[in-house]
Design a protein around this ligand. Structure first.
Ligand code: FMN
Length: 350
């Protein structure tokens, strides 16, 4: 029997309502992205990786990543670092901010991160990886999970040795992106390793990598025994992919739907980051969104060159007048849970 993508599953005592998890993506997974992901059927959404050193030093921008809206739950906030004590402290802050899950990044391949002993470096340092997991799991009441790659070098199977040890150290679920750190995003995700990991641990495994359709999600769940799939690049500017992966029979969006979602996303992001940061952050999203809805090719370039997000919204409404009514139907942000003591200026963006 194929797995029903709309069926719930559990991370320890946390119920996750569908089998689709929205991946953590640095520079992408802002609150607007996560809220949209939940609306389109993701059962669990994740923040981008948040620096534990940034939390420790109460860096304003870092703390801004810890804003949690009422309608994001269940939400995982992902932290990265290499010092068990600092990671435990960061986990406490993250749980206090409202995260339902504290996720740890043991997979980031970027040198700036690995040279500090964090991210994918930990795949090569199982003793430290386990010490961090133990420290974090005993610091917070919420479940702690780890997201990892297969190993550092091509062909590595380090995740299979490390996974069971992390579970013993307190991890309540593991997400595996079965590419090596060296591979970055080349080649393909080898989900035969996901199946091997599932066989070795008694906690849920989440399969990450190259999941872009219902058929692929179903095939990976069936072949691996993983509890859920994680969707990253496939959902960039394309929340409809999440709907299709969950429901199986959802058609492509109309031009009006694409414009309405993009307008809502622009407004939410401005509210979150402030106009100045949002307008540069959003540029990559224009191309991602406008790959749908049959917009003329030069339209994307036109949006990228606009000076303000108000101009972008006006131009989108001109190109798809029916979008105005659809935008009105998208629910507005629920009340946010704010963390005591955070500097108020971050909420104004800037
Ligand atoms: C732009 C971008 C940023 C990412 N940032 C993170 C991150 O902060 N933390 C993390 O664990 N993985 C991160 N990843 C990896 C994704 O979560 C995911 O594992 C990977 O993209 C494979 O899944 P996909 O084929 O569905 O994109 C990132 C990926 C991309 C493309």
């Amino acid at each position: 029997m194929p797995v029903d993508m709309r069926e719930s599953w559990w991370i320890r005592d946390l119920e996750v309502p569908t089998r689709v998890v929205l991946a953590p993506m640095a520079g992408v997974s802002v609150q607007a992205f996560r809220r949209q992901g939940r609306r389109f059927g993701a059962g669990l959404v994740c923040s981008e990786m948040v620096s534990c050193a940034g939390i420790e030093h109460r860096n304003e921008r870092t703390l801004g990543y810890l804003r949690v809206a009422g309608d994001e739950h269940p939400l995982a906030i992902q932290i990265f670092g290499s010092d068990p004590v600092a990671m435990a402290e960061a986990a406490r802050t993250v749980a206090a901010a409202g995260a339902d899950v504290v996720d740890m990044n043991f997979g980031c391949p970027v040198r700036k991160v690995t040279k500090t002993g964090a991210g994918a470096h930990l795949l090569d340092d199982p003793v430290l990886a386990c010490r961090i997991t133990e420290a974090v799991a005993s610091a917070v009441p919420v479940p702690v999970t780890v997201k990892m790659r297969r190993g550092v070098e091509d062909g590595s199977r380090a995740c299979l040795e490390l996974g069971p040890r992390l579970v013993e150290a307190g991890a309540s679920a593991l997400a595996l992106h079965p590419r090596s750190a060296t591979q970055m995003y080349t080649g393909y995700a080898d989900h035969s390793l996901t199946a091997e990991l599932v066989a070795r641990v008694d906690v849920p495994v989440i399969a990450s990598g190259d999941i872009t359709s219902h058929a692929k999600a179903q095939a990976v769940l069936d072949a691996t025994g993983a509890e859920a799939v994680m969707v990253g690049r496939g959902a960039q500017g394309n929340p409809w992919a999440l709907r299709e992966i969950v429901l199986g029979d959802a058609g492509p969006p109309s031009r009006e739907e694409v414009a309405a979602e993009l307008i809502h996303f622009v407004r939410e992001t401005v509210r979150e980051l402030g106009e100045r940061r949002a307008s540069s952050f959003l540029k990559k999203f224009y191309g991602w969104y406008l790959g749908h809805g049959r917009f003329p090719r030069p339209f994307k370039q036109e949006l990228v060159q606009m000076k303000s997000t108000d101009e972008v919204v006006t131009r989108l409404l001109a190109a798809a007048p029916g979008a105005a009514e659809l935008v009105e139907q998208i629910p507005l942000a629920a009340d946010e849970v704010l963390l005591d003591g955070l500097p108020i200026s971050i909420y104004g963006g800037g």
